[in-house]
Structures are given as C-alpha cells and as structure tokens.
Design a protein around this ligand. Structure first.
Ligand code: COI
Length: 354
C-alpha cells in the first residue's frame, strides 16, 4: 500500500454485538456494526467513510436497478490461533473486482481504497470476527451505478461499499446437486466470468425449480451443447478422477475462483496431478458408475470445500462415495484451513495480516 488515505470514521452509538447470537449465524443475515462507503463522481473516488451499518439513501432511478450495473466480491477475515487477524488473498479479489468492473463498463476501484477500506472496517469491527472453528467474518465488497438516469449507457457515478457478516460455511452438509441441461447460467461472449448481479438473478428460477425436487444446488453446463460442466454458480467444481484433481478450465463462462486457484496450488504442492480442462457430463456420470470418480466438491469463499454427495442427471440420482472416504478433498481442506487460521506456516504468502 502507498499513502495512507483519509477515511472519515463515524461510530455507531451502540454496538449490536451484545444482542447477536454467535451460535446462530446463517450466511449473510447478520451484519457487523459498521460499513465502508466511497463515492465515484466526476472521475474520482471521494468521501471515503466508515459509518454505522444501515440503509443507504438512493434514487429509484439509479441505473444499477434498471440496467444491472452492479458487481460484488467475497472474502473472509480469520481470527488466527495466535490472535492475529488475517484476510485471505484480498488482492486476488481486488483484481477480479476490477475485471468485473471493466466488463460491466464501471469505474475501477484503486487497490489502496479496497485494502485500506477493509483494514479500517476490520479495525473498528474486530470483535465481530468469530473465534469458533470454521467461522470467519465474510467481507462483501459491492459496487453499483448511481446515475439517476433512465437512458441506456454506462453510469458516470458509482458507490463502492464493504459490508461484513460473521459466518460459518455456506453449506452445512454434503450437497445433492442437479446437472442442469435446460437453463443456462452464462454464454460465450457474455459476462459469466464477471461477478455481476445478473448472473445470480438469472440462476434463481432454475435453482428454485431444482429445490422443489430436493436439490441443494445446480451444476451448470455449457449453453451450446449442455455436454460440459462449468460451475455451480455459488462455487467452482472440482472432481477427483483416477486420483487426479480435475476441474473445468476457467473461460468466459466460468468464474476464476480464488479458492479454486488456491486448491490447485495446494494439490500440486502435495504432488497431486491437476488437470484444468473441459470436463464432460458423460465423464462424470460414467466415473461415478465405474468407480473412477472418487470425490467431487464445491470450492468457493462462501462454500469453502463442500463435498457433493449426490448428482441428479436426466431424472436419475447418482450417489458418490461416502464423505468419510474423501481423503483428497479432506486433506486439502485441512491444509487450507490450517494456513488461514495460522496453524501452519503460510508458505505462499496468502494471509494478509491486518
Ligand atoms: C462467495 O463465495 O464469496 C460468493 O460470492 C458466493 C455467494 C454468491 C454465496
């Protein structure tokens, strides 16, 4: 980081910490006392501030609401075993945030504002970082277009916000997922690789339909043929086939996940062969049937490493090996957590100690 930025701090009159039950933390429902905001006007970011968490006044004409110029990210802050506070790979999320901003014709956020905003917020809301094992403070950066204008063009003004929410893993059990072959999440040349609101909006209806059939999540397939696996929408997907880690390669329709990238690096370090390539539905289904596929999991910041227990495809349900036999994903998940919580040395320099 370069110069120290001028961030105005307004403290909440009263903390909600005392009335928050840290044993009941559904993902994304409980917010810490404060939030960070910055405004982009006339070509520059101004009004950097930490204020009490709460509603933000806005015109109902803002272009984010009408034309979907809205992007976000997800990171986690951990309370380490030695007491330090660490954020996992925030610079990767900053880079991806600006890739999304570029694709959505939005203003870029300077690294200093992103990082110093996080640091200021964590300093004031440090007590909101949970200490239970497997828990963390999820950090949600979001940027939205604020021009009150109904013409279709990129907005000239934006708000950048950082929210934080104490949380455990997004999923609490092995997942029953459906391979989706009717609806699509992303198309070549579209915005699938960007973390933009519309990608999530378009997934909600098919997701709700799948939930009615008892599924927890969808596995998206390519829009052209529905023959290749892409991602899960809330996470990337990783399989273990013939002892190798196999994951759909990142392309214009697949998010370049930070957890995915981290797992690939850890697997290689552990001497596990990794293949990033197109992964066909056929290969996965046949792999379950002939026993060559021994593990499958969702990998994401919110999802962490969540085993996939069952896969639904064309009306049939395929059961994967019991979670207790999943030595590859369990081993990687343990190493990953040990690094994040400071149990083992951070050889890759991934932890940003705040
Ligand atoms: C994250 O893992 O940070 C995400 O953004 C996934 C979220 C949509 C639940």
């Amino acid at each position: 980081m370069n110069e120290t930025l001028d961030i105005a701090i307004t403290r909440a009159d009263q903390s909600r910490l005392t009335v928050t039950d840290f044993s009941q933390l559904p993902f994304g429902k409980v917010f810490s006392d404060h939030m960070f905001l910055a405004d982009y006007n006339n070509g520059e970011w101004t009004n950097l501030r930490v204020i009490p968490y709460g509603p933000v006044p806005m015109s109902p004409a803002i272009s984010a609401l009408h034309y979907g110029q809205a992007i976000f990210e997800g990171m986690k802050a951990y309370r380490q075993v030695g007491g330090k506070i660490s954020v996992f790979r925030p610079e990767k999320n900053w880079e991806r945030f600006n890739k999304s901003a570029y694709r959505m014709s939005m203003a870029a956020i300077p690294q200093d504002i992103f990082m110093q905003g996080i640091a200021a917020l964590l300093e004031i809301d440090e007590k909101w970082i949970p200490s239970q094992e497997g828990y963390s403070l999820y950090i949600r950066p979001v940027m939205y277009a604020t021009d009150p204008y109904l013409g279709v063009r990129a907005s000239d003004s934006y708000t950048f916000a950082l929210l934080t929410t104490p949380t455990g893993p997004y999923y609490s059990k092995a997942l029953r997922v459906k391979i989706e072959t009717e609806y699509t999440r992303a198309d070549d040349g579209g915005v699938g690789y960007a973390k933009t609101a519309g990608n999530y909006a378009r997934s909600l209806y098919p997701f709700a339909e799948a939930m009615k059939d008892g599924f927890d999540q969808l596995i998206w397939t390519d829009a052209a043929t529905h023959e290749f696996i892409e991602e899960a929408g809330t996470a990337n997907l990783i399989f273990v086939i013939d002892g190798k880690l196999v994951t759909p390669s990142v392309r214009s329709t697949v998010l370049d996940g930070v957890t995915r990238d981290t797992i690939i690096k850890l697997a290689k370090e552990a001497g596990i062969e990794v293949e990033e390539r197109r992964v066909s539905v056929k290969e996965v289904i046949e792999g379950i049937e002939n026993g060559r596929l021994t593990d499958a999991f969702a990998a994401g910041t919110a999802a962490t490493v969540t085993p996939i227990g069952e896969i639904g495809y064309e009306g049939k349900l395929y059961t994967l090996p019991d979670a207790s036999t999943r030595t590859v994903s369990a081993g990687i998940a343990k190493t990953l957590n040990d690094i994040r919580y400071g149990v083992i040395p951070d050889e890759f320099g991934w932890n940003w100690i705040v």
